[in-house]
Write a protein that binds this ligand. Sequence first.
Ligand code: PLP
Length: 249
Amino acid sequence: MAMTPHVLIVAGSDSSGGAGIARDIEIVSAFGLRSCLAVTAVTVQTHSAVERIEQMPPELIAAQMRAAFAANTVAAVKIGMLGTAAAIEAVGSVLASNPQIPAVLDPVLASTSGRVLLEDDAIDTLRRDLIPVCRLVTPNLIELAKLTGSVPAPDQESAGRQGEKLSGSVGTAVLVKGGHAQGAQAVDVLLQPNRPAARFEAPRLPGGMRGTGCMLSSAIAASLALGVSLEGSVRSGKQYVFDIIARLQ
Ligand code: PLP
């Protein structure tokens, strides 16, 4: 049991099961791996509204992470909702002590229903204390704009430029998700310092399923935990989430 590779999920719970930890665990299990947990926040949600958020104390989040590392063979970390700058600092400091373990950060800023899930003044802390110790960050176009201090990119070229700017300034790979863009193809672009950009295309599916960002970052983390390269993990993660959404059409 202790030797089975685990993915450490550092994220918030969602009572509706549409996003957050429940989704993350489903995906990690589907890749044949086990999950361990550091709960950052408990949220009361339906599929259409976030009714309440209870933030966990930063020291409790860090203690959960250290215990998860001590108890298991953690092969990758997935980070979702963090909530506050203090939570980001706590997670960043535990990750900095475990630099050999790849971490994938879904920079969750708000719910689809519009509720803020990360304090606005925490964006700088995310960029300074957490993204540099992650292997990959997976912003959508709105999150990318906030992280680069820009307006949401109107086209793929400017999204690519914002992604390059972020990746170059923090030294971490950035997967720009094109899900919020227009066009028949949903295009994601992987930008890494000193590497050519890699494009991942899939037909755009109609409908607005919740939790897709949680699922994609968990699938990439699970694939990294299995020893797959970053580019291979992004490809298989995207395919996996596409197949789930397509089955629900
Ligand atoms: N609730 C939690 C706990 C989350 O982690 C997230 C996204 O990561 C959301 C809600 C928002 O999900 P959605 O925008 O798909 O509703």
